[in-house]
Each structure stands twice: as C-alpha cells, then as structure tokens.
Design a protein around this ligand. Structure first.
Ligand SMILES: *Cc1c(COP(=O)(O)O)cnc(C)c1O
Length: 389
C-alpha cells in the first residue's frame, strides 16, 4: 500500500479545538465521573413541534423528493426577505439578494472560494468561530487577524489594520452577537465597518447566527440597516440557534446581489441546495408562531443568571452578556485558559472551552455554553465553588 499524502490545506489546519478536551473528557469519564458538559454550543432543547410537523408533511410530498434549486426555493427566500422587512425594516429582493444555505457554516466556508485568490487577504477577528480563517485557508488566502479585546468591547480596531493589508483584503468577517465573547455591536460599529469596507473595496461578511438569541430585552441590529451596507455586505444567518435546528442544516446569506450570486455559483458546483422539506420547515419557523423564540430567550436568561450568580459566589468575575448562550469569563489570576479548563474537568467533572482555542487573544478566558438544564448548572456551580481558587 502506498503512503497517503494529504493536501497541504489539510496539513495547514490548526488542531481541532475540542480534541484535547475530548481526550481528557474520555479519561475522566472512564473513572466514572458524572460530567457536566458546558463546552459545545449546541442547543439541548428539541426543535419546536410545529416546525417538525411541517417537515413531516413536506417529506411526504413527492414534489420535494427531487433536486432542489441550488439558490434555494423562492418561497423560502421570500420568507427571509419578509422577515428582514418586519425585523429590521430592510427591503431585499428575495430572488437576487438572498440565497439559501445548508446551514450558515456552509456559506461562511464557501464564500472565500468565490472571492479570494491565492495571496489575497481576509480580515478575520480572533478569538472567533474557526470557519472564517479555515474557509480563507482552503481558498489559498491569508488571514489577517484582528484581536478582539475586552478594552474595546470585543470589537475589532479597524484603524489598526495596516494600509497595505487593507489594500490586499477582499473579505472582512464580523460576528455579533459574538461567539465566543457574547459581545454585541451597535449600528455605530456597523457604520464604521461599512465606511471602511467602501473605502478599501472589501466585502463584509457579517455572521448574525445569534441575532435572535438575545437576553434582557436586547434587540440586535443588522448590518444591512446601515445606509450603503447593501453595496458591500452580506449577512449570513441561521435557523440553528434561534429554533434549536442545528441538525437540520438550514440558513441563508442576504445582501449585495453580486456577492450572493458568486456564492451561489460556488454552491451550484459543490452542493445541490438544501432539501426542500427542510426549507418548508424553515418557512414554518420564520413565518410561524414566535412564542418559541420568546421561550428560548427566557430559558437562556434563567440559565445565565444561575451561572453568573454562582460563578460570582465562587470568586470569579463573570459579566452577563446581552445576547448568545455563552458566558465568557476571565480565569483566576495567575492561571491559564488550558490550566483552568483542565482543573475544572479533572477536579470538577465540568467541561468548558479554553479561550485560547478560539485565538491567542482568548488566552486568559474560558467559555461556558448554557446548553444544559438549570439543575445541572446549579450542580456545576456547587462543584466549582468547592474547588477554591
Ligand atoms: C453556530 C454558529 C454558526 C453556524 O451555524 P449553522 O448551524 O451552520 O447555521 C455560525 N456562526 C457562529 C458564530 C456560530 O456559533
């Protein structure tokens, strides 16, 4: 048998974020410890029943058994456009400015293939969701990392991007409400982003996966609300977090028509679109009763309160975010992200994610995901209090 050589793009991949944690978790589990997993951000509650009903009906209809259109069903894209108008007062041309995605991750990973040539630069925040960098890498591009620092409210400092780098940049990724920091951005920030992108002729990809996962009455804006944003931006969006639909693989990109079209042309050569029955379920999610969204927000708010109060009692200094189901917390003085994570797991049976796994500026933090029931969070808090640091 010959030796398999992997492509350089695989060799260049950073180590899988959860690999070391998975290894330690297995070790602790083998000892019979009851593990509380606050690591992965995947909603634990089921998809609301009316959405599942719609999928069941649509799955029975033979019209949905064939190849879908790679740009997405017109009905789905019209629902998305109507949602933008209701939610943000933004008018979109459903058929030219919206494309259905097989989850927003798919769109984020494919966008660089449409707009990055080897040697081109993408401006990528860190700490961040890893796909902005990896999509850029797979397209042969280079990421210029913009640190997200607490002192700047975890917003990138665009003025710190060197002029030569801005000139070579084709894409700029932003993500608010933010994973992993829980930070939010106002319209004033998006105005700066749009002005910067217009000046340097850069496409903005705004990842709004958590725009509806808001706490305490907060309402996240859309970059598309900024005048002129439609000239430079696409927003990628997802039903995954809003409606507990991570496994369904459905989302969209909306914004400047040529960008949506470029992404669609990549998709037409790689995938063949999202299963129509899933798109019908998506339409039900977007157009249907939104009580489930209010319930989701109340659920995470309750969990957030339990964890924030508990961690304060344990001597940490957590700050409640205004959105997302993540709590981003500084580790105790003198400890590292990896060291603290290892201690929580080894001595407390609690899984969290070390902040440096999302990028070097995440060092000194850990991320807790609130995808466990309140009684488990209370148990986690008791165990953390017992650690004494
Ligand atoms: C969860 C998540 C997504 C992707 O979700 P999909 O299920 O692919 O739609 C995108 N961006 C961020 C920041 C996320 O945390």
């Amino acid at each position: 048998m010959f030796k398999i050589k992997q492509a350089e793009r695989l060799e260049k991949l950073p180590p899988y974020l959860f690999k070391e944690i998975d290894r330690m978790k297995a070790e602790v589990q083998a000892k019979g410890v009851d593990i509380i997993d606050l690591g992965v951000g995947d909603p634990d509650r089921p998809t609301p029943p009316h959405i599942i009903d719609r999928l069941q009906k649509a799955a029975l209809d033979p019209a949905n058994h064939q190849y879908p259109s790679y740009t997405g069903m017109n009905d789905f894209r019209r629902s998305v456009a109507a949602w933008y108008e209701r939610r943000f007062g933004v008018k979109l041309d459903a058929l030219n400015e919206v494309v259905t995605l097989i989850g927003s991750k798919e769109g984020i990973a494919h966008i660089p293939l449409a707009f990055i040539d080897p040697g081109d630069v993408a401006l990528v925040p860190e700490p961040a969701y890893p796909v902005y960098h990896i999509g850029t890498l797979f397209a042969g591009g280079q990421s210029f990392f913009m640190p997200l620092l607490e002192a700047n409210g975890f917003l990138p400092d665009l003025d710190a991007v060197p002029a030569g780098t801005a000139a070579k940049a084709r894409l700029l990724f932003v993500n608010y409400p933010n994973n992993p920091t829980g930070a939010t951005a106002g319209l004033d920030f998006y105005e700066k982003v749009v002005a910067f992108a217009r000046k340097h002729e850069i496409i903005v990809v705004s990842d709004a996966a958590y725009s509806e996962v808001s706490l305490g009455g907060y309402e996240a804006p859309s970059i598309l609300q900024v005048p002129g944003a439609m000239d430079v931006a696409v927003e990628v969006h997802s039903l995954s977090k809003t409606y507990n639909m991570t496994g369904w693989r459905i989302g969209w990109a909306a914004g400047r028509a040529e960008v949506v079209d470029g992404l669609g042309r990549i998709k037409s050569n790689i995938d063949s679109g999202a299963f129509q029955a899933v798109q019908w379920a998506g339409i039900e999610a977007i157009d249907g009763d939104q009580t489930c969204v209010a319930d989701m927000r109340a659920l995470y708010q309750e969990r957030m309160n339990v964890l924030v109060e508990g961690l304060k009692e344990a001597g940490l200094e957590p700050k409640s975010p205004r959105a997302t189901f993540y709590l981003w917390v500084r580790v105790p003085a003198g400890q590292t992200s990896a060291g603290f994570t290892a201690r929580l797991l080894g001595e407390g049976g609690i899984v969290c994610t070390p902040g440096n796994g999302f990028g070097p500026s995440g060092e000194g933090y850990v991320r807790f995901a609130l995808c466990q029931e309140v009684d488990r969070l209370r148990e986690a808090v008791e165990r953390i209090k017992a650690l004494k640091f």
